[in-house]
Design a protein around this ligand. Sequence first.
Ligand code: TXA
Ligand code: MG
Length: 355
Amino acid sequence: MNTEIIKIDIDNIDKEKIAHCAEVIRRGGLVCFPTETVYGLGASAFNSEAVNNIYKAKGRPADNPLIVHISDYDMLELVTDCDGQQREILNKLADKFWPGPLTLIAHRDDAVPSNVSCGLDTVGIRFPSHKIAQALIEAAGVPIAAPSANLSGKPSPTRAAHVIEDMMGRVDIIIDGGNCDVGVESTVFDIAGEQMSILRPGAVTLEQISSVVATADELDWMKPHGNDTEKPRSPGLKYRHYAPNATVQICDGNGENVAEYIKNEIINAKKQGKSCGVLATDESICYYKEVDVVVLSLGSLANSLQQASNLFHCLRRFDDLGVDVVFAEALPRGGAGDAVMNRLYRAAGGNIIKV
Ligand code: TXA
Ligand code: MG
């Protein structure tokens, strides 16, 4: 497939270019586009064949449902079919957090083909705040189903270059709209279940959601989910995810102890002929000065939002540099820090060691 790369300036959105991309969506094509979280791989949410092509382009398992992106509240009506109570909660959350990095799981309207949700009677909906995403959905005139625009299992793309690396030749268009600010995917909050829970942490935190839904809780993502006998609430949880080619080992403990431990591990790994990398912070990077390995900083230890916006790019950098093993310092949890640790934990396949 021939992939067109179209550069669009978020501060001066070219309507003709958007109209062209929207036309491709309307006729059943695939368009990668930026959002405030990560890039999405979009198709018309009402075209089941186009939706099938999303799964194929990503190599995505057929039991991991997609998020439907909307650009106004009429579209919300079209894709959801909620009872009065669910509608009330949805409206309250939408008022407070949309447009923005929150996906809500609500009851699906039959207008949405079942392969969008892998046969579930619910649908994930999100109203992104990114101006290019909004313009594209609006011009298409249909909601856009879109997972993150990475090959299945790879770190999500936060820059156009990441999308080009994974999706060239697999989609009709890649919009280059610059870097994504948030850098980790949206918070997924399930309002369709009896217990309303965060299924995937993101920039919208449990604390923030609790101000609207007092009973909200968060799934314990450190527990293994979705073995063969159990149907997971969030199908995405059962897959190793966000993973670079390198093996990732998370090291949890006090700053200097962790650095000492990692430096020892590097010596051992090097003896086995492995090339190593360290994922550190601005505060800890000095500990690795004398070590001859790739050391990348996620930003300040105190700034989870900064870490979020750098994480996937750093993971991809290690691959570009041919690193075999990445030693990652554990990061503070709580707030957006939870989202960062969740992605790191899954990139590591749960491989975390207490130092
Ligand atoms: O920020 C984001 O959410 C990005 C941008 C492109 O909007 N999209 C994204 O999509 O991260 P994806 O497909 O990579 O992740 C969607 C997550 C998966 O974990 C999936 O299992 C969950 O949302 N999900 C979607 N629909 C669901 C449903 N009906 N019930 C439970 N989980 C659902
Ligand atoms: Mg994804």
